[in-house]
Ligand binder design. Structure first.
Ligand code: C5P
Length: 237
């Protein structure tokens, strides 16, 4: 039976599960986009790699007491998740300065942030996902102040857990982006994906970039570095 396509994003398609109305099927695509969709390419195997990496990371987070929308991996490119309404916020946590913050605020590359720095962006392609403050977030979404505080606290817990998970495979978690959604019961859950598309990952020894920056900057082969992350995670988890 053909599943009902609910939404197609830049990196994933979202289908309604045909066996449970509260479940969605996420299908990871081979498309890579950067600079708000200005740079585009397709990489055979990217969908599989991100689906497998994200599934392993969501399971590892769950084992560390951080639940998410993830239920189980279905096959190489799809996973079953709890249905949520995505809150249009991108929560970025930064451990080391690189990327947009260095240009926006003139902070020197590789400056460590202790404690980690949390930023909010408004998830809106037409506006280019602008940086917003807490008051903007409360105005632009239906979340309450306590819920926003809870989201930030959860994002920091994810940072602690992911930093440990990646350190164990010789990788430094530089920064990452999370999204949250509200389920049928009204609870806010970690959603979307956790992958080299959404995290900056540097080899601890060599500082080699093992994430989407190789595509953004045209400095390496995306599949090779994503495979490296998956192989190391599979060996460890
Ligand atoms: O570009 P910027 O430095 O703000 O990105 C911070 C982190 O958020 C990076 O890990 C990047 O991969 C991630 N990000 C994302 N999706 C976006 C913007 C940033 O996953 N739309």
């Amino acid at each position: 039976m053909e599943l009902e396509l609910l939404y197609e994003g830049k990196a994933k398609k979202v289908y309604q599960s045909d066996t449970d109305e509260n479940h969605l099927i996420l299908s990871y695509k081979n498309d890579a986009t950067a600079f708000n969709g200005e740079k585009k390419a397709q990489f055979t195997g990217k969908g599989r790699l991100n689906n497998e990496i994200s599934s392993l990371l969501f399971q590892a987070l769950d084992n560390k007491g951080i639940p998410s929308h993830f239920i189980e991996r279905l096959d190489s490119t799809t996973q079953i998740v709890q249905k949520t309404d995505i809150i249009p916020l991108e929560v970025v946590i930064r451990n080391i300065a690189t990327g947009s913050i260095t240009k926006r605020l003139g902070i020197e590359e590789k400056t460590p942030f202790e404690p980690a720095l949390a930023e909010l962006f408004y998830k809106d392609d037409r506006l280019g996902d602008p940086l917003i403050n807490d008051e903007h977030a409360l105005y632009l979404t239906d979340i309450k102040a306590e819920e926003l505080a809870g989201i930030k606290e959860k994002a920091r817990k994810v940072n602690t857990a992911l930093t440990e998970i990646f350190a164990a495979i010789g990788v430094r978690l530089v920064d990452f982006k999370l999204e949250f959604g509200r389920n049928k019961e009204g609870n806010i859950l970690l959603s979307d994906e956790v992958s080299p598309d959404t995290c900056r990952l540097w080899d601890i020894e060599t500082n080699e970039k093992l994430d989407k920056d190789v595509f953004r900057q045209g400095t390496g082969d995306l599949i090779t570095v994503y495979e490296e992350i998956l192989n190391r995670l599979e060996a460890q988890l």
